[in-house]
Design a protein around this ligand. Structure first.
Ligand SMILES: Cc1cc2nc3c(=O)[nH]c(=O)nc-3n(C[C@H](O)[C@H](O)[C@H](O)COP(=O)(O)OP(=O)(O)OC[C@H]3O[C@@H](n4cnc5c(N)ncnc54)[C@H](O)[C@@H]3O)c2cc1C
Length: 418
């Protein structure tokens, strides 16, 4: 196989994982990011869940009406700020169109295959790095406060079992045995033994070190603001200084990818889905299994001695400011499930925010585009970017090496809205 020069736009989890597997295949890789080496991005403060349990795409039946109901509550976990924007209208219409049973039937097996393959990659990476990122394979509990939610989640469990993802519906007592450290106020839970969790910051650090060791070049503080092309080839990326050229280009710019792609005349509908996390440095109680507070849509993840709470999905444009009402909503919800905790426990806790790259059909954009033979798109992972990071990177490396992808990615074509 011919060694190629590769430029990856974006040093988030997708960019780093793509660089890792391309480097493994002997390519010469450069990562270009507009941030500094210690810059923040969506890949750092997230909930750290590696979740094959999440097989249902975001665009699913009932999601539109659920979203509308949630929007009525200013402290609720979901909001969409209406604004005069063709992109937003277009995205919302496509989301509405995609929220069908037929789409879930098509999308769920693809997400399952990607997730399971990615989980295997995490296991390999943990072995290589001496588990430098705290991978814990103890499963995920979806905690339901109400019978109604439990019935709904039980249906998801049946669906997951049918697709080969083990899921067990547990009584409150059975749940307490899995999470004995905390008092629980729940109607029951669904347990997904296959899920894992890790520290995203440690994962990013581990990957960066592996890349530096392998000779990957990092070009920090360099914003890409255009492309050079010749016919059906991308020849370079335009920066504030000299353009950078390569044989192959990978667009992994997270929530900014849509804007970057438009510079090549590509249509990649996407909205940023803002979420928050708060990390307790010294939690008064410490579970060793991760959980989701179902009705509140909050993920709770032990990370070493810390405990992270993450949630909300706000479609408010490229705005990463902190909405105090949403944070109040998170803090009010936690004691409803975990009476050991109170809002006071979070008084000094800083709030992190991140912008998820959300496609309208809840599936990533991954693969070549029709118009350019040496461009690969890898973005749009929404709530699954960490989970699917390694398999995305592996698939990118296969694509740029001219090999057939090891997991079917036809549904993920970046041209599907062209
Ligand atoms: C609250 C919250 C919780 C989450 N929990 C989970 C979870 O538990 N599990 C999970 O799998 N996922 C989770 N996610 C989603 C996950 O964090 C994202 O899907 C993932 O981080 C996206 O990675 P990325 O590399 O595509 O984007 P990013 O991490 O945003 O990286 C994009 C990079 O591109 C760079 N860039 C952008 N534009 C340019 C430009 N013009 N020039 C140069 N560089 C540029 C940026 O600086 C940035 O470094 C969560 C997200 C949030 C907000």
């Amino acid at each position: 196989m011919k060694e190629k020069r590769l430029i990856i736009v974006g040093g988030g989890v997708i960019g780093l994982c793509s660089a890792y597997y391309a480097m493994q295949r002997g390519h010469r890789v450069t990562i270009v990011d507009r941030g500094a080496p210690d810059h923040d991005c969506c890949s750092l403060g997230n909930a750290g869940l590696v979740s094959p349990s999440h097989i249902v795409p975001l665009a699913a039946p009932g999601m539109v009406s659920l979203g509308l109901r949630m929007m009525l509550n200013p402290e609720g976990p979901f909001s969409l700020r209406p604004r005069l924007s063709f992109e937003l209208f277009n995205w919302a219409w496509k989301f509405f169109r995609a929220s069908s049973a037929a789409h879930v039937l098509r999308g769920a097996p693809v997400l399952r295959d990607l997730s399971l393959a990615s989980r295997r990659c995490f296991e390999e990476l943990a072995e290589i790095s001496g588990n430098g990122f705290g991978l814990v394979k103890k499963g995920l509990l979806v905690l339901c406060r109400t019978e109604r939610a439990l019935i709904h989640e039980s249906a998801t469990a049946i669906y997951a079992n049918g697709l080969g993802i083990e899921a067990q519906v547990l009584t409150p007592e059975e749940t307490a045995r899995r999470m004995p450290e905390l008092e629980l106020s729940i109607a029951g839970s669904v347990y997904f033994p296959i899920d894992c969790h890790l520290s995203p910051t440690l994962f990013m650090g581990t990957m960066t070190r592996e890349l530096e060791r392998g000779g990957v070049e990092f070009v920090w503080n360099t914003e890409i603001n255009g492309w050079r092309t010749s016919g059906r080839r991308v020849t370079g990326v335009v920066t504030g200084t000299d353009p950078l050229s390569a044989d192959e280009f990978v667009l992994a710019g997270g929530a900014w990818s849509s804007r970057l792609a438009s510079g090549l005349g590509l249509r990649l509908p996407m909205q940023a889905g803002k979420g928050y996390s708060l990390t307790l440095e010294h939690p008064k109680r410490m579970p060793d299994v991760s959980s989701i507070l179902n009705e509140a849509r909050i993920a709770v993840t032990p990370m070493g001695s810390k405990l992270r709470f993450a949630g909300t999905m706000e479609i408010v444009g490229m705005d990463s400011s902190i909405n105090a009402a949403r944070i109040r909503g998170i803090l009010k919800s936690i004691p409803k499930y975990f009476p050991d905790f109170s809002e006071r426990d979070f008084r000094e806790t800083p709030v992190w925010s991140g912008l998820r790259p959300c496609s309208p059909d809840g599936l990533p954009y991954l693969g070549r585009v029709r118009n350019f033979e040496n461009l690969c798109i890898a973005t749009g992972h929404a709530m699954l970017g960490l989970s699917l990071g390694p398999i995305t990177g592996k698939l990118v490396s296969e694509i740029v090496s001219g090999e057939s992808p090891s997991v079917s990615i036809e549904l993920l074509s970046p041209d599907r809205y062209a």
